[in-house]
Design a protein around this ligand. Structure first.
Ligand SMILES: [Zn+2]
Length: 106
């Protein structure tokens, strides 16, 4: 759980710095999203036994928030894996990626 929390935090921070050019901390929008996601994690009924949020049957994120998180994961994901390989994010991404992201064919 702690790992997931830290991961989320790091991702949102990275995203905000990159996308919103925030120098320190988070912009209001990202702060809101961050607080929301932390709260969701705390309230998650699965807690320790839980896998990635994307695979969670309980969709604890409200749709707009989920879309924002997905957006963050998509744009920051590759960088995160590069910078923090130890966080072993990959399983987490797989969870999010199962939702149709685009219509591109491989
Ligand atoms: Zn931001």
């Amino acid at each position: 759980m702690t790992r997931e929390r830290l991961t989320l935090q790091a991702m949102i921070r990275l995203y905000c710095r990159k996308r919103h050019v925030t120098v320190s901390g988070l912009c209001g929008e990202c702060q809101e999203l961050h607080e929301y996601s932390q709260k969701r994690l705390q309230l998650c009924p699965f807690q320790a036994g839980k896998t990635a949020c994307g695979q969670c049957e309980v969709h604890c994120y409200k749709l707009p928030m989920r879309q924002r998180i997905c957006e963050i994961m998509r744009s920051v994901g590759p960088i995160m894996v590069w910078h923090h390989p130890l966080m072993a994010l990959v399983h987490m991404f797989d969870g999010w990626r199962k939702r149709p992201v685009g219509r591109r064919k491989n």
